[in-house]
Write a protein that binds this ligand. Structure first.
Ligand SMILES: [Zn+2]
Length: 256
């Protein structure tokens, strides 16, 4: 009974959070505020009514169009809302409500925004990475407060950041900028969150997933060797999987 309530709550909460993530994906690359002005149709600029703000359902009811001007609403809006709802519900199913759920849903939110922006604009804005720093600080502070050795937590944070940022910087230089500086900064920030050896798992998974996607794309004729694939979504996948794996294996910092 309670489990069912928690699942439905996190599904709905996730879908609502997803609609905010859409606003972030839309506005951050343009340098706009994510809180003001309130949501509006990008074509006719009419402010959306409460009914139009209902995630996924409003898109289906309006058949993907603005009620006023009939302009098509991009299909990734309901996809982000639905996916965020499912991810939040899965995380509740694994961890129940608590510090780990809060940390993992916030992390998932950041990773969804970064992936969405990188897919659409091929950039990872500093603004999102800077906004993720408090998450890293709070999570690491929490680990230290929960009985971790502060010196060890700090060393683990530094090691993760330097390994993640350092390795991708070498790849950035080696690929002559094929791998962007945004990816380097991403690996630095989330390397600090993950620490050692989770940062290694994350980057290995990201590299593997990107390679499989690239080879698959070439085999299917969708990509060529010269195609530029944004790496952010693969990094996001690696970071989330590694973070979840560490939490599931007892969590905490594990220095070598
Ligand atoms: Zn409109």
């Amino acid at each position: 009974m309670l489990m069912g309530f928690g699942l439905i709550f996190s599904l709905i909460f996730g879908a609502v959070a997803g609609s905010f993530l859409n606003v972030c994906i839309d506005r951050i690359p343009r340098g706009q505020s994510v809180v003001y002005p309130p949501s509006h149709c990008p074509a006719c600029e009419r402010r959306l009514s409460p009914a139009e703000l209902v995630p996924v359902a409003s898109f289906l009811r309006q058949q993907g169009r603005c009620k006023e001007c009939g302009e098509q609403i991009a299909p990734w809006y309901p996809v982000v809302e639905g996916a965020t709802g499912i991810v939040f519900a899965l995380l509740y199913w694994w961890y129940g409500f608590g510090a780990t759920w809060i940390a993992t849903v916030v992390l998932a939110g950041f990773l969804i925004v970064i992936s969405g922006i990188d897919l659409q604009h091929r950039i990872i804005p500093n603004r999102v990475l800077l906004a993720a720093l408090p998450l890293v600080a709070v999570w690491r502070g929490w680990q230290a407060a929960m009985g971790g050795n502060p010196g060890q937590v700090g060393a683990d944070l530094l090691l993760g950041a330097l390994f993640g940022g350092g390795l991708l910087y070498v790849l950035h230089v080696g690929s002559r900028g094929g791998l962007g500086l945004g990816d380097v900064k991403f690996a630095f920030v989330f390397g600090a969150l993950l620490g050692w050896p989770a940062v290694v798992y994350a980057l290995t998974l990201a590299g593997l997933a990107g390679t499989i996607f690239g080879i698959g794309g070439i085999l299917c004729g969708e990509l060529t060797r010269k195609s530029e694939i944004p790496f952010g979504p693969f990094l996001a996948f690696g970071v989330l999987t590694a973070f979840l794996a560490v939490q599931s294996s007892g969590g905490g910092t594990c220095l070598v």
